[in-house]
Design a protein around this ligand. Structure first.
Ligand code: SF4
Length: 492
């Protein structure tokens, strides 16, 4: 087959993945990780990294791109973006190619801050093609984002990027390329679907559900928080079903998940521990949740690549034991750095003597610490809020309250429906437009592209989504109180 950079990299990661991508793309699951916002801008900024450059425009007819490249390569010194080549049915476009007289340097741009193995395969493939076409490639470099770069004024591309010379690794890896290409081509000749060979590369693969479809619905890969390496060891030994797993020496928490599912067990409630946890709380009680977005290219002063930018929070609160549930919220304005206004409102909204509840508090604490370091005038109050945070996730993480419906997970998205299966007001699927954190981030960043009417609608959806996050925490806290009281009553 005709290979490209992306196809080669897919084939090196897993040949079955390339086969499915080519022959059965419909079985792929939707990928819903953190959305990379403004990732395409990375390539655009990188074009200025080596000074003046020319760009080969994209053309469906790859020969056009190759011919355009040849014309530019007649010059002695030049930087070409998307310089395109074909060797023996292997095509590549080089992100940045620098020509100095008869020497060439390949630069592969990545919107990441660190090197991943697959980047090395990618750049080695390009080196292989150019070398075989007779070009004197003297160096190969990866261009990565510098995680320590802080924007002040205009973007400084020289500081935004860091260049890593990976020539030595490429010279080693290129020895394997002929065989890799041959193996991939041979594999792709299969008309019948080849068997899946599961490996560490399966983690987060969008074909994973398809490749494991013949296993029991309750199988080793459903054991929450077990390491992939351990799962694969068991799978390769033929231990895949829940009953078989119970015969293995595995962590008691994994056993608990399996036994609850297999034997349809009643909820486990450690009344003593839950009461201990509830005793650590006091009024006024605030339930806090932030929404943030991350951008590859810093969009405001004081922002680093991939820094979490908080743009919204929701606060449900109860001031005293018999007080009513109240709500406050903040949502940043379109096209404006939201951080200072958010921090200022937060310290006004949460009194210093409050107990602040978050679910998975590491995140909320990290956001508050960053705000405190940015704004010295608010720092003291922010750090008081920080120190007052209690984590509502703890009783679930410690399995002091566990039901089979949680399926081993202590994430709020698993705990909430397990505790409130029939409450439509707590069902994220019933929300409009925004149903999860990724959608919230991308919706907020995209707001400025919308009409006023559309903006109002999305802003309303954002408020409802974030409000549900803290309302869910209130309901979970109430449930903890309810189950501990019920147990006391039974004992008396
Ligand atoms: S799940 Fe694993 S075997 Fe299947 S395509 Fe993905 S990486 Fe390959």
């Amino acid at each position: 087959m005709n290979l490209s950079k992306s196809k080669y990299c897919l084939g090196v990661t897993c040949k079955k993945k390339l086969w499915l991508e080519t022959n059965k793309p419909e079985v792929k699951e939707e990928e819903n990780g953190q959305v990379l916002l403004n990732g395409t801008l990375v390539g655009e900024y990188a074009r200025n990294l080596l000074g003046k450059s020319v760009t080969i425009p994209f053309n469906k007819d790859l020969n056009e791109m190759i011919n355009d490249t040849k014309k530019y390569l007649q010059e002695d010194n030049i930087v070409i973006c998307e310089a395109s080549f074909n060797y023996n049915h292997n095509f590549c476009s080089v992100d940045l190619l620098k020509k100095e007289k008869d020497s060439y340097i390949i630069y592969e741009v990545k919107s990441s801050t660190s090197i991943h193995d697959i980047y090395l395969d990618d750049i080695t493939y390009q080196y292989y093609i150019l070398k075989n076409l007779g070009y004197n490639v003297i160096k190969t470099c990866l261009v990565l984002l510098n995680p320590f770069y802080v924007r002040h004024g205009e973007i400084d591309v020289k500081k935004l990027f860091k260049i890593k010379d990976v020539t030595d690794t490429v010279l080693e890896k290129v020895k394997e390329i002929d065989k890799n290409i041959q193996d991939i081509n041979l594999y792709m000749e299969n008309k019948e679907e080849p068997k899946s060979e599961l490996s560490k590369n399966c983690k987060d693969c969008p074909y994973f559900a398809y490749c494991t479809k013949d296993l029991d619905s309750n199988n080793v890969f459903k054991v929450r928080y077990m390491q992939m390496r351990k799962m694969l060891d068991l799978y390769n030994k033929g231990v895949t079903s829940f009953p078989d797993l119970l015969k293995e020496p595995i962590n008691p928490k994994f056993k608990q998940q399996i036994e609850f599912t297999l034997y349809d067990k009643e909820p486990y409630i450690n009344e003593y521990k839950l009461k201990e946890f509830l005793k650590t709380l006091h009024y006024p009680l605030y339930f806090l949740d932030f929404e943030t977005y991350q951008v590859a290219i810093p969009n405001y002063d004081g922002v680093k690549p991939y820094m979490q930018i908080p743009f919204q929070y929701s606060l449900h609160y109860i001031e005293s034991e018999d007080g009513e549930l109240k709500h406050k919220e903040f949502l940043g304005e379109v096209g404006v750095d939201p951080r200072y206004s958010l921090a200022k409102r937060l310290v006004m909204d949460i009194p210093v003597d409050s107990c602040v509840m978050a679910y998975n508090m590491r995140f909320e604490k990290m956001v508050i610490r960053e705000l405190a370091s940015l704004y010295p005038d608010l720092s003291d109050k922010l750090l008081i809020i920080h120190d007052n945070i209690v984590d509502l996730m703890v009783p679930f993480k410690n399995r002091e309250y566990y039901t089979k419906e949680m399926e081993g997970s202590y994430s709020i998205k698993a705990v909430l429906p397990a505790l409130f299966p029939d409450d439509p007001s707590l069902n994220y699927h019933n929300l409009e437009d925004v149903h999860n954190g990724s959608e919230a981030s991308s919706s907020f960043v995209e707001l400025e592209k919308l009409s006023q009417e559309e903006q109002d609608k999305i802003r309303n959806s954002l408020l409802k989504y974030c409000s549900l996050d803290t309302y869910a925490m209130v309901k979970i806290w109430e449930k903890l109180k309810e189950v501990t009281k019920e147990k006391v009553k039974i004992r008396n």
